[in-house]
Write a protein that binds this ligand. Structure first.
Ligand code: NAD
Length: 261
């Protein structure tokens, strides 16, 4: 049990990679808050977990990462239920796709709003809470291989994830004096509801049959398949545990060797 007596918040934890991390943290003994804008999915995830494990220490809390009042209310609710926050997984993000000449300001604002502003100010709010407690903490930002290089059709998503990698470096160097480790995970292509949306958009923009893009990207991964949400749990546990105390401002690729999407 690497996370016993720790309280973790997982943003965007109602489904996909976030939900796998929620379950992995519970198995390692943590108390976990699923902080998501989709409260119905978050409540449903809690109910399913508790149907498996009676009285599992998991709660659902509404969070819109771009809203300051919502961030404050989330921290207060978690503190009231479980005590102070030791671990933040800054995982909530959105994705959009368009050729460069068709990228709209609305799409830009949404992706940079949630993926960059939301990630940074959630980190800032939780880090302030951790500094006030004086017990250090662990913050894990969810980046992407898309932040390591440009890709056609997803320019704004790539740029937003490059910003997450950069923020992880700066925030990590700034906050380690408070014994708050800020690190990141960069997944490759992962079979989640987000990738279902990606596949549908590729079908529209490249005229592909549904499911084809997903199959092709999976075949291109050197490991031999797309990532699964569970593939990211080991790295997320490591970066939340004492084992990573001397790991600062890093973004770890968890991508099956993926070098193209
Ligand atoms: P997903 O779309 O399946 O889940 C995202 C969750 O975030 C949802 O539960 C959604 O309700 C929540 N969310 C969206 N906007 C929010 C907001 N404003 N406030 C709070 N919650 C909000 O995503 P996923 O595929 O599980 O991806 C999780 C993370 O991993 C994201 O940061 C994503 O960019 C990253 N990632 C995913 C892939 C992939 O192939 N799926 C690859 C690389 C990186």
């Amino acid at each position: 049990m690497k996370l016993e007596k720790r309280t973790a918040v997982v943003t965007g934890g109602a489904r996909g990679i976030g939900l796998a991390i929620v379950k992995g943290y519970l198995q390692e003994g943590a108390r976990v808050a699923i902080a998501d804008i989709d409260t119905v999915a978050a409540e449903q995830a809690v109910a399913e977990i508790q149907a498996d494990v009676n009285e599992a220490p998991v709660m659902a809390v509404r969070l819109d990462v771009v809203d300051a009042d919502s961030r404050r209310a989330m921290i207060a609710a978690v503190e009231a239920r479980f005590g102070g926050i030791d671990i933040l997984v800054n995982n909530a993000a959105v994705f959009d796709m368009a050729p460069i000449l068709e990228v709209s300001e609305t799409s830009y604002d949404r992706q940079f709003g949630i993926n960059v502003k939301g990630t940074f100010f959630t980190l800032q709010a939780v880090a302030a809470h951790m500094v006030a407690r004086g017990q250090g903490g662990k913050i894990i930002n969810m980046a992407s291989q898309a932040g390591r290089r440009g890709e056609p059709l997803v320019s704004m998503y790539c740029a937003s994830k490059a910003a997450v990698i950069s923020l992880t470096q700066s925030c990590g160097l700034d906050l380690i004096k408070h014994r708050i480790n800020v690190n990141g995970i960069a997944p490759g292509v992962v079979d989640t509801p987000m990738w279902d949306e990606v596949d549908a958009l590729f079908a529209r923009y490249e005229g592909r049959p549904a499911g084809e893009k997903k199959r092709l990207v999976g075949e291109a991964v050197p490991y031999g398949r797309m990532g699964r949400p569970e593939d990211h749990v080991g790295a997320a546990v490591f970066l939340a545990s004492d084992d990573s105390d001397y790991v600062v401002a890093q973004t770890l690729n968890v991508d099956g060797g993926n070098w193209m999407s």
